[in-house]
Design a protein around this ligand. Structure first.
Ligand SMILES: [Zn+2]
Length: 250
């Protein structure tokens, strides 16, 4: 099983999972680079899985459906082109593998993540859309701050070697923000030095727990940075909301 990032637009990744014959693609915001890759590698597109309704994640679906009219499109039930609507806890069988569906709202009110376990291997692969980015997280659009905090906390409970496949490469600007609230975080400094080589993705959970301020709500230096700006910091939820607000302005 191979997991390949197909770059799209300025900073999107369309993740393509394939077994050298059939492929599944995650969040095809643009069809052209996907069709070109499928053609080049002689792959048959089995299914599309969608995390949420934003156009940079679904904009290519219509053209992929035009190219393959019986294409299975899985995703949340608020997207018109979805022909297999999904809910929390469902399991899909795609490419002969099990994909568990998690409802992870926050960035949008109806956001899914897909947790792939490749047969014979323990490590989990999470296609997390715009929920988690390396060293950061998505903005809160139609979800709530509490939902996003809870969704990230749920990811944080997965095994440490779990690999995350976010839909964007925002790693450098996220690490600059992380260092602005936690200047002495050596892991974040090292990650910033290493981040000139892209893609920086996927990332594993133990790395994220070391560098991602949104998974480090108890870090004294982060809490002190927020206190110094006179922003709410009395609970982890307040720290989370303050961090998200600071990042919006960063
Ligand atoms: Zn989005």
């Amino acid at each position: 099983m191979k997991i390949v990032p197909i770059p799209a637009f300025n900073d999107n990744y369309i993740w393509l999972i394939h077994d050298d014959e059939s492929a599944v693609c995650v969040d095809p915001g643009d069809a052209a680079p996907v069709l070109a890759y499928l053609e080049q590698k002689q792959l048959d597109l089995d299914a599309v899985v969608l995390t949420h309704h934003h156009n940079d994640h679904i904009g290519g679906v219509a053209a992929l459906q035009a190219a393959k009219p019986d294409l299975a499109v899985y995703g949340p039930d608020d997207i018109d082109c979805v022909n297999h609507a999904l809910k929390e806890g469902q399991e899909l069988n795609l490419l002969g593998q099990v994909w568990r569906v998690w409802f992870v709202p926050g960035h949008t009110h109806n956001h899914l993540a897909y947790i792939l376990r490749i047969e014979g291997k323990n490590r989990l692969h999470v296609f997390c859309g715009d929920t988690l980015f390396s060293a950061g997280c998505g903005r809160v659009f139609s979800g709530t701050m509490a939902e996003l905090e809870q969704s990230l906390a749920r990811f944080a409970g997965l095994p440490k070697d779990t690999l995350f496949y976010p839909a964007h490469e925002y790693t450098v600007s996220n690490l600059r923000f992380a260092l602005s609230v936690e200047p002495n975080n050596e892991a974040a400094s090292k990650a910033l030095e290493a981040a000139s080589k892209i893609p920086t993705l996927p990332v594993n959970l133990s790395h994220e727990k070391a560098v991602n301020p949104f998974l480090r709500l108890e870090a004294p230096e982060i809490i002190a940075s927020i206190a110094a700006k006179n922003m709410p910091h009395a609970s982890s939820s307040e720290v989370f909301a303050s961090l998200r607000e600071l990042k919006n302005q960063f």
